[in-house]
Design a protein around this ligand. Structure first.
Ligand code: IPE
Ligand code: MG
Length: 222
């Protein structure tokens, strides 16, 4: 989700106005994905690097997050959405952790669509964290280094249990990955759109999926 700040500036408003309006785009995307049978949807909401933004922006983003979870949980329940989170969740403010854990618990038996929010997430953090866990197990003689392969490694990533993304969408015209699921997107299809995140609507998700459907995925084969 990118472009909230620029969207607000274009309207002569503070950046946070863009974040506030980004919530509606999340709502629509979840709804659209559920309707067309997407099983997994991940939102990159806050990166490890985003902690370096001005304190006031970080605080407001965290408040928005708490409120969004609080307000949307009944809707998620009704729509059969299971909420999940990846990232360094313990680094979030206490109130966020509490709301998040509650919402995850309340929606845990839903099966229609799993929505994962990446919070205080970065792929390099995730990979280093996986290496650390594996190293510990090697030290405790629980893993033989000879048995480390990509399937074992995957088990230690935050995304264990979630399939690798088929399609990655980045809004706002930036042509970057910005530390998102570097391992998992090895064979993902990438889609970049100039639409700013607060303007992202169901039709934009459909456009991205239609584009994806025209592609031939070869996974390195012929
Ligand atoms: C995306 O919008 C939201 C977050 C990263 C939290 P930005 O805040 O990155 O908006 P721009 O890129 O400055 O326009
Ligand atoms: Mg940005």
């Amino acid at each position: 989700m990118d472009g909230n700040g620029r969207w607000a500036k274009q309207r002569g408003k503070e950046r946070i106005f863009g974040h506030e309006n980004g919530v509606q785009a999340v709502r629509e995307t979840v709804e659209a994905a559920g309707e067309i049978g997407v099983k997994h949807l991940t939102f990159y909401a806050f990166s490890t690097e985003n902690w370096c933004r001005p304190k006031s922006e970080v605080n407001t983003l965290m408040e928005l997050l708490v409120n969004a979870i609080k307000n949307e949980t009944p809707e998620l329940l009704e729509k059969g959405v299971k909420l999940n989170a990846i990232g360094d969740i313990d680094s979030l403010p206490e109130a966020c952790i509490k709301e998040l854990k509650e919402a995850i618990e309340i929606t845990k038996n839903n099966t229609r669509l799993t929505v994962t929010v990446a919070l205080s997430y970065s792929s390099q953090w995730e990979i280093v964290n996986a290496v650390k866990q594996i190293a510990r197990k090697v030290k405790e003689n629980k893993i033989d280094p000879e048995n480390i392969d990509k399937n074992l490694f995957k088990q230690f990533l935050q995304t264990h249990g979630i399939p690798d993304p088929d399609l990655l969408i980045r809004t706002s015209g930036e042509l970057r990955i910005s530390n998102f699921m570097l391992w998992q997107i090895a064979y993902s299809e990438l889609y970049f759109t100039p639409v700013m995140w607060p303007d992202f609507r169901k039709k934009h998700l459909y456009q991205a999926i239609l584009d994806y459907q025209r592609r031939e995925r070869r996974f390195g084969k012929t």
